[in-house]
Design a protein around this ligand. Structure first.
Ligand code: GLA
Length: 727
């Protein structure tokens, strides 16, 4: 049983295969955190120390005893109002606006299976996962506030999830000013915090910095998880590497504004937290109302960052992504965006499909520009009516023509947006998020539709269903091309709720869409990877990783992304050179090797390829299809950090070690070169592997300990691939 409760000691223990999590209800009814780390037995309440600590408050219950302070004790769900001056997970105000809360233990429940969250995406359990749920009930007697702390356990995968439900069971209103989903206190240790920062077209650059005194926070105020900071953080010992050492992660199953914070306190203790962004958020809970806090996926690895990533990859692949395409490689696609931008007709799309098919592709995606008056990015969003004049045919006819070539067919949508120049905006200007009396902040000349309102969602849903119902569509690219700036809903009484309710609306729409069209593959996108998070992955099993298709930049973007997300979630395409984002020229094969580390496809016009390039594309697609199962299901290893190494290198190893695919791109070249040895990982010790391409044999231990010298090619950015099969 993963979850145990010792009645006498009042200690909760959660075991996964390789980790243990422990907390204790003490005599005062406070819930103290004891331990999260390598699997162990026994009670860890001996870790708690009690002494008089100046200027740290004491609970009234203990009268003259000054040795107890929540300002120093490790807590499970710290809050403002009990004498802890560190960063709270919960901060609420009563009807008068008074800050303060005092939650005490009120009971628990252990149940089989994994909890779900109403209205929000969450990790789910499959049969055989041995999942369990622990619910801990906490109550504030004065406010009548009830908090249910939820813990979900996937023991084999070393995953523990956290979420919480706040319920106002009192008689007055309560306003939630901050509500984080997870908080972890570490009594000892000196840590690094690993975060992933970026910008449009350059997402998820890894940063590793010392957690020092003070608080370091990342997050998003944009109403989206954002290009700027990914909702995924790792705390690690200073000496933790890919293969060794302890590390802990928090990953938010939520796509809106968030905050993650690491604080080192006066006693050198560390607190790690993640949850809803508390700025631009003030959530009123009236009598009887509930607020569901989104889920945080946590994992611990005592075997370095690679081990941690494997837990997260497995969890995302098998317990977050859903639907028909969860376990199978996705169709190799050609996307019209960089090939034609807005400049296409039905005929040119069919022509593109015909040429792509000839090269071995499986799907043609018609990107932005097929609806309303959308011939540039200044107008048309909100009018999901097929522009038959531009296409020269109906959507059904176009889809049929593409299918008749033996290709699947996909389209682009951006349901959450509206242009002022659209029929929708002219009819319903109050359906956009905007502040009365002010001019809205524009971005890409578009406004965000108020998805917190059901009538707005329903209207867009009906329009999009009308397109999908009438035509054979196999794939949708769901885009989101700006951040929210004007947080005001004409449909809301409390504007402090809008950003959260907006996300619930988006999830409601996505749930309805995916339920109604279970055969359709939905790819998420937000100007590339601006909403690359576990929340979106619950509905869209792949996400366009970045608008930057330059193979060299992509190495870093995909490297950073891989810490929390498996390759099968990363949309990656080959595009033309010089690259349209940064002008860099890379060899054609290098671009395909890099795109093969994600869901493979092309972002170019096949008609413009030379005969030699066409031959290369045929080979690239056939290579990808040969390795697709391995790439989709295998264990992914980062072999180098492309921001500093001479070569970017990575590897996927089959779960049973029977084969591996290693790829490397040389990043720096010199005269009279020092050979670059790439150290492989995860091969079966003692085994010999044969490279199926060259026929050459290699001892696994030497490949891992000494490495594999890359050939010395001429010219920049040469790529090399080894398919190693165990003998
Ligand atoms: C975003 C996407 C692109 C493309 C355009 C279309 O920028 O990331 O791939 O779909 O929108 O407008």
């Amino acid at each position: 049983m993963p979850v145990q409760f010792l009645e006498k000691e009042k200690i909760f223990t959660i075991h996964t295969d390789a980790s243990t999590y422990q907390m204790k209800v003490d005599d005062l009814g406070f819930l103290l955190h004891l331990y999260y780390g390598a699997r162990t037995q026994g009670c860890m309440d001996y870790l708690l120390t009690y002494m008089d600590r100046g200027f740290s408050g004491n609970p009234y219950d203990l009268k003259l005893d000054r040795t107890y302070s929540l300002d120093a004790l490790p807590q499970e769900f710290p809050l403002w109002g009990q004498g802890d001056y560190r960063s709270p997970a919960l901060n609420v105000r009563d009807r008068e606006g008074t800050f303060g809360c005092d939650l005490r233990f009120a009971g628990y429940e252990i149940c089989e299976g994994k909890y779900a969250l109403p209205g929000l995406p969450a990790v789910y359990a499959n049969e055989g996962d041995g999942a369990e749920t622990l619910k801990i009930f906490m109550e504030d007697a004065v406010l009548g506030l009830k908090v249910t702390l939820l813990y979900g356990v996937l023991p084999e995968n070393d995953i523990i999830t956290r979420a919480a439900i706040l319920e106002n069971a009192g008689s007055g209103d309560v306003t939630v000013e901050r509500a984080f989903s997870a908080s972890l206190d570490f009594l000892t240790g000196d840590y690094d915090l690993i975060t992933f920062h970026g910008r449009h077209a350059m997402e998820r650059n890894m940063q590793r910095s010392n957690v020092d005194h003070g608080a370091f926070a990342i997050g998003s105020r944009r109403g989206m998880s954002s290009h700027q900071y990914n909702p995924m953080v790792i705390l690690a010992d200073h000496d933790t590497t890919e293969d060794h050492g302890r590390c802990w992660s928090m990953q938010f199953v939520y796509s809106g504004s968030f905050k993650a914070l690491a604080e080192r306190d006066q006693y050198h203790q560390t607190r790690l937290q993640m949850g809803l962004m508390d700025e631009l958020f003030s959530y009123p809970l009236r009598k009887g109302e509930e607020l569901v806090l989104p889920e945080v996926i946590m994992s611990f690895s005592g075997e370095g960052l690679a081990g941690l990533s494997h837990h997260l990859h497995n969890c995302i692949r098998r317990n977050v992504c859903r639907g028909k395409y969860r376990d199978i490689p996705r169709p190799v696609l050609f996307n019209s965006w960089e090939a034609a931008y807005f400049d296409f007709t039905g005929e040119t799309i069919i022509e593109m499909a015909r040429n792509a098919k000839e090269l071995g592709a499986q799907m043609l995606v018609m990107d932005d520009g097929w609806f309303g008056n959308r011939n540039d990015d200044y107008r048309g969003l909100g009018d999901w009516v097929v522009n038959e004049k531009k296409l020269g045919c109906t959507m059904a006819q176009l889809a049929e023509s593409v299918h008749s070539l033996g290709m699947k067919f996909g389209i682009w949508i951006e349901p959450e947006m509206v242009n002022e120049d659209s029929d929708l905006f002219r009819a319903h200007p109050d359906w956009a998020l905007a502040i009365p009396g002010r001019k809205p902040v524009m971005a890409r000349n578009q406004l965000v539709l108020d998805f917190s309102r059901k009538e707005v969602r329903d209207h867009i849903f009906d329009q999009i269903c009308a397109v999908l119902d009438g035509s054979r569509i196999d794939y949708i690219k769901w885009d989101y091309n700006r951040s929210i700036a004007d947080i005001h809903s004409y449909g809301a009484e409390d504007q402090g709720k809008v950003l959260y309710d907006y996300m619930l609306g988006v999830y409601d729409f996505l749930e309805r869409l995916t339920q109604r069209y279970p055969e359709i593959l939905v790819e998420g996108c937000s100007g590339g990877g601006g909403r690359f998070d576990a929340g979106m992955l619950y509905y869209t099993p792949q996400i366009w990783c970045s608008d930057n298709t330059d193979a060299v930049d992509r190495l870093s973007i995909q490297y950073g992304t891989s810490f929390g997300y498996p390759p099968c979630t990363m949309g990656a395409h080959v595009s033309v050179c010089p690259n349209e984002q940064n002008g860099r020229v890379t060899p054609f094969d290098t671009r395909s090797v890099v795109a093969m580390a994600g869901t493979f496809g092309y972002e170019l016009d096949p008609a413009k390829l030379t005969d030699e390039e066409k031959e290369m594309v045929r080979r690239q697609i056939s290579d990808f299809l040969t390795y697709a199962e391995l790439l989709h299901n295998g264990d992914y290893y980062r072999l180098t950090d492309p921001s500093s190494a001479e070569a970017g290198a990575w590897e996927t190893v089959a779960e049973d070690g029977s084969e591996a695919l290693m790829s490397a791109v040389v990043l720096r070249i010199h005269g009279n070169r020092t050979p670059i040895y790439v150290h492989l990982r995860g091969l079966t010790k003692g085994a010999v592997y044969r490279d199926s391409r060259s026929g050459r044999e290699y001892p696994a231990d030497a490949l891992m300990d000494v490495g594999l010298p890359l050939p010395v090619g001429m010219g920049e950015y040469q790529a090399f691939v080894y398919h190693l099969v165990k003998l």
